[in-house]
Structures are given as C-alpha cells and as structure tokens.
Design a protein around this ligand. Structure first.
Ligand code: NOJ
Length: 671
C-alpha cells in the first residue's frame, strides 16, 4: 500500500494505490463510491467480463456485457482472465475558468483491471471503473502491444442492462440532423437507436443519465434496446465504409457514464462528465471569458437581411458599427457578424468548399470595424460557416485564425450545415470528432474561443479546452423563425435543460421580443416575453445571445433584465421542476452576491410557490420580478409583462403565476 498526499496550489488531492501482485485476482471485483451508496460489481464468467451497478442496495444496472468486435468479426470479449487489479482514490477540488459553479469536487474510488486473452493472440486491455457519489464512469484502455497495434473496431459491445423498463427522454440518432429534434419520452424497450444523453425517469421519482465523457478520436456512442428489452446497447456512429473506429494502441476509449440522481437538482449538478475529462491543456486562460452578445443574425432568419451580397446584405460596415453601439449601450460585450465573407452567394450548403475564411465582402471593412470594436471595448465574434466542408476549412484554419488574431477577433462561431461532412461522413463519426477537436486545438493556439454549431454532442471537453465555450446540437430558437411545424412547442425548453443541456452549454439563442414572423407567419416563438427573460437563467451557456433585432428592444422596460443577467455563475440550484412541464432555476452571480431566478412553464399555466431559503440567512435583498400578467398567454397575449419590486430574505415565500407558455425572471440584489 502506497499513500501519497499532494498539496497543490488551491486544492488537496488524496491518492491511494493498492496493487495486487503474485496472486491470481478474484473473478469478482467490487468498487464502492466514497459515500458507500453506489456499488459496481465486475465479474468474469467463463472468460467473459460483465459489470453491474447498485445504489443503496437496489440494482440499477444488471450484469451487462463489455468488450469489442474488431475487424473481420474478431471478438475481443471472451477467453479473458484478470491478470492484475489496482485500486486508487482521489479527492480534489478544481476551479473552472467559467461555468455553472466555480469549484468542482472530483471525488472517486477507482478500480482498474488488466484483462488478457488466455490463449491465441493473448491481447490485453484494461477496464477502468470510477465510482463517484453521483454516478459511475468506465472506459477501456488498450496498452501498447504487438498483437493489437493498428486495429479497427467494428462494434463496441458495452451494454447498460437497466433493471427496470422505465421511461426515458431521447431523440433518435439517425433520423434528423445535428441533434435538432424534439425530445420524446417513452419506455426504454420501445426506443429506436437514440443518442445520449439519455435521461431516464425511474418509477420511484429518481433519475439515471447515460452519456459519455471525453470523446476524443473515437465515434459517438448511441444506444438501442436489445430485442425489445430494457438493455441498452452501444452503437457507435460509423464511417461511411461501416467501420466504427480506426484505433492504434496505446489508446483509451471515451468514458461511459451513468449518473444516478435522487432529484433534478442532483441531476443538473452532477459533475461526473466534467471530472472524467482531462484538466485544462491551456495553461493561461486569462484570455478566455464568457460573453453576452448580439448579432447580425436574426435579421437573416427573418428575411430582413441576407448573408449573401446584394441590396439586403446584413454584414456591412455601417450596420456592424450600429450593432457595436447597441451592444455598448446595453452592457453586452460581444457582437457576432454572419455573412461577412465570400462563399454565401450561391447554394452554400452544396458549395461549402467555396467559402473563404479570410476574404471579407467589399462592404465589410474589417480593419475599420475591428478598430471601432476595440475602441468601444467590444469583442467581435467571427463566423465560419463551412457548409460541412471540413477539408476546405482545415486547409484555411491556420491562416484564418491568424487573420482573426491580427484583427483582435477573439471568438469564432463555426457551422456545418450539411447532412454529411465533406458529403460523406456523419458529424458524430470519428471523422467528425477528429475535425471538431482540431478546430478547438488550433483556435487555442491563436487565443480564439469557439461557439460550435452543428457539432457532435458535447462530452465535457471544455474542461480540457476551456476555449470551447458553447455549442448548438439542439433545436434552438432559429426553429421559431422557419420551422414548418410552427416552431418549438412551449414544453421544449422545459425538457432540454435535463437532456441535451446535461451534455454541456447550449447556444440556444433566445431573447426574442417581437413575435411577428414576416417570412413564415404561422411559425413563431411560442412564449411570453417573461419566459424569454427567464430562459437566460434556466438554459446555461457562457456565450449567451441577445438574439432579436436592436429595434425590437428599444424602449421596452423588460430589456433591463437582459442587461442585468450575467453569463458566468458561482452556483446553480434547481429549485423545482418536472421534465417537460416546468423548471425553476436559481443561479448566483460569480462576481457579486446577487442571485437570479428563472421559472418557465410548458403550454399549461401554473402556480408555483417560491421559497428563498437558499439565500444566506440574515441577508436582505431587493428583488425585481419580471412576470406574466393575469391574462398573459403565449398565443393570445405574449407581450404583457409586469415588473414589481419587493424586499426579501431567506424566510420569504411568494406565489408566482406562470401563464401558458409563460415564465418569470427574478433579479435579487443584495442590500
Ligand atoms: C445554422 C446555425 O445554427 C445558424 O445560427 C446560422 O445562422 C446558420 N446555420 C448559417 O450559418
């Protein structure tokens, strides 16, 4: 037994290693979480490995398969023995450069087993399990070895044999694009192949979340029910030739994660995914900071402007300067500009390889604009729509980021609108995964932050690359501009915080104040104004867009909340909610003792009792409430809003009435 104590600046790590040599390790290995509640049992039965998970004595995951099928149907999941076992523990606290909370505790017990084929090629791989108090992570490691050097994975056999056939929220993996679908709830056994995160609601009111962490140079994991059962099996997104992963030892797979939460607050605050990503590779993060931004953007979606050249071109020097002025006047620090570069003038989805990322249109004077932005203290957010042509983008990546750095552009929104990358490969394949990381790594070298649209679903890589600020991978507010089905139904935003949102920040882009849609009159934002405000608290992103046209905000007193709301937080609490029905979220500002609360509901009006017992005892706050009025209704009366002030403390309890599709946004200023 070796015991070492590290004391590093700001955190304490306790690390214990137990190695078992000399004896044949037992075929059954057990791992418990630090609080003893979660138990993982690993078992070798006739040379086949399985694992199971229990919490508080209840079986959550029954014995489930592990292993692989390699090329030519060569299985790597049988004839195995455990040749070595080691155990270790860690309890450290690390600090996020930005996030939903500042400090993250990383406390786990680890069990690592080396497995080897008894006969034949005697190939080896390790199974690593980590048990946290809020869940479990496990992954496969392939040490360097002669008989498993370069290889192709045809199938990952990982299963999650859920003990109960509970209902879960999911979107299908291969029907639809970019994860831009509406989440549906049904029983596990009835699912199609679905994407993760998969949020399971148990019959006793608890939650199980299946997802992954640290997706690097591998394919995204999807899940499907095995033969109509509640056993969910991994399905890796393939390359166009059917191969799932091109591998070379030594290598590790992403972590498979199982979060076990007793309530929504625990679910939203579980940090298993972030903890299973490597610490930041960016040593100096002083250039990385969250932003509240407006953009030459909604105007394109509303038909007022075009991305392409012509009489309605949006990204002009004059227009951009006006947006910069608006941002300054209303306490924002970022301005996004889309349609500034050559490539938009033909069918850009079909001709993504024609985009230039360094050549501005003649009416966009980048020199003048960047000087103006700098003088006004505004960060310009560049836009790189690729039309899915990653080859064209990668060829220009260095020159483009060098060009932006020269002009002080410290953030870039990337985009991949095309059902396939380079007309061939899926966004969530190993091909896509490699590309996205290449962009983030290259951007980091030029001190550029990334907002990635049409991504592979996030897996916590922002811990390792904190310049990966936010991503789309969600049916966002743009669907309220042009979706033929009328827009996002009111329940959508009551679902995504506990599904896609648990995979990482979402660039959803709310903030609409004008619900008329000149292009598709039957499509619109299905909320009240108060709900638009509340979304700034409920849906997390360190880059938060103020998405409407400047003229739609002018003179509206409700806009004050958007000016006030921060985008970086010290703490987050889910005060109340039910997935798909309503959500009440409280967040504490990172730079003051002020709190913000957002409450939203679906298509049903509802009354909620709001207790402020999360506030520090004895402290007084001046609270400003932006709320629906008695006859507010997203359909018939979305604009009415009431703004009220009152003094409160931790003993205060208030009744809030949320209208159909409505909400309430609360600003609590410490007195
Ligand atoms: C889809 C993105 O989500 C949207 O924000 C962007 O404006 C268009 N693509 C054009 O790049």
């Amino acid at each position: 037994m070796k015991r070492r104590i590290f004391k590093l600046a700001g955190f304490i790590a306790l690390f214990t290693v137990l190695n078992v040599y000399g004896t044949t390790p037992s075929k059954v290995q057990r791992l418990t979480s630090p609080d003893g509640k979660i138990v993982v049992n690993f078992k070798m039965t006739d040379g086949k490995p399985t694992y199971s998970v229990q919490k508080s004595g209840k079986t959550i995951i029954k014995p489930s398969n592990l292993g692989f099928v390699l090329e030519r149907n060569d299985s790597l999941n049988s004839g195995l023995e455990i040749i070595k076992v080691s155990k270790s523990s860690l309890d450290e606290t690390w600090k996020q450069p930005w996030g939903e909370e500042i400090q993250v505790r990383n406390n786990y017990n680890e069990l690592k087993m080396s497995l080897k084929e008894k006969n034949g090629k005697q190939r080896k791989f390790n199974m690593v399990f980590r048990a946290f108090n809020d869940g479990v992570g496990f992954r496969y490691e392939f040490p360097k070895q002669k008989n498993l050097n370069e290889f192709q994975i045809s199938d990952e056999l990982t299963e999650f044999a859920l003990a109960e056939n509970d209902s879960a929220w999911s979107i299908p993996s291969y029907k639809g694009v970019y994860y831009e679908m509406l989440w549906k709830k049904d029983q596990l056994s009835k699912k199609d192949t679905v994407t993760t995160p998969l949020t399971i609601e148990t019959s006793d009111g608890k939650y199980i979340l299946l997802h992954e962490a640290s997706l690097i140079d591998y394919a995204k994991m999807n899940l499907f029910p095995v033969k109509g059962s509640s056993t969910m099996k991994a399905d890796l997104t393939p390359w166009s030739n059917g191969i799932k992963v091109y591998a070379k030892s030594p290598m590790v797979t992403p972590w498979r994660t199982v979060i076990l939460a007793d309530n929504l607050n625990q679910l939203a605050n579980a940090r298993v995914m972030l903890n299973l990503n490597e610490p930041s590779k960016i040593k100096d993060t002083s250039w990385i900071h969250p932003a509240k931004y407006i953009g030459i953007w909604w105007g394109m979606h509303m038909g007022k402007y075009t991305w392409s050249q012509g009489p309605k071109h949006g990204a002009t020097t004059k227009n951009t300067k006006a947006y910069i002025d608006f941002a300054v006047a209303h306490k924002m620090n970022g301005v996004l500009v889309e349609g500034w570069n050559y490539g938009w003038d033909t069918d850009w989805v079909a001709n993504g390889d024609k985009f230039s990322f360094t050549k501005p249109y003649p009416d966009f004077d980048i020199k003048e604009i960047s000087k103006y932005a700098e003088k006004k203290g505004i960060n310009l957010i560049g836009h790189n729509e690729t039309g899915g042509s990653t080859i064209n983008y990668e060829n220009q990546l260095d020159s483009a980021f060098r060009f932006y750095k020269k002009y002080g552009i410290n953030s870039v929104k990337t985009g991949y609108v095309n059902p396939l990358l380079d007309k061939k490969e899926r966004h969530s394949s190993q091909y896509g995964v490699r590309h996205y990381l290449k962009v983030v790594e290259t951007a980091a070298r030029y001190n550029i932050m990334i907002d990635n649209h049409e991504p592979v679903i996030p897996t916590g890589l922002q811990r390792t690359y904190p310049n990966l600020m936010t991503q789309e991978g969600v049916r966002g507010q743009e669907y309220d501009a042009w979706s033929q089905d009328g827009g996002n139904p009111p329940e959508h935003t009551c679902i995504v915080p506990f599904t896609r949102g648990l995979a990482g920040p979402m660039d959803f882009t709310f903030g609409t104040f004008n619900f008329n849609n000149p292009v598709y009159p039957k499509t619109r934002v299905q909320t009240t104004i108060a709900k638009q405000l509340a979304l700034y608290v409920v849906i997390y992103s360190p880059f938060q867009m103020v998405s409407d046209l400047p003229e739609n905000y002018e003179g509206n007193p409700a806009f004050e909340f958007i000016e006030l709301v921060p985008v970086d937080w010290a703490r987050t609490i889910i005060l109340d909610g039910k997935i798909g029905d309503y959500v009440v979220t409280a967040r504490k500002d990172k730079y003051s003792n002020n709190w913000f609360v957002g409450a939203i509901t679906d298509e049903n009006a509802r009354k909620i009792k709001l207790k402020f017992d999360f506030l520090e005892k004895g402290k007084k706050y001046k609270m400003k409430i932006f709320k629906d009025v008695s006859d507010s209704d997203w359909k018939t009366n979305p604009y009415a809003i009431k703004i009220e002030e009152l003094e409160i403390d931790s003993n205060t309890v208030i009744d809030l009435s949320l209208a159909k599709g409505g909400g309430a946004a609360l600003y609590l200023k410490e007195l």
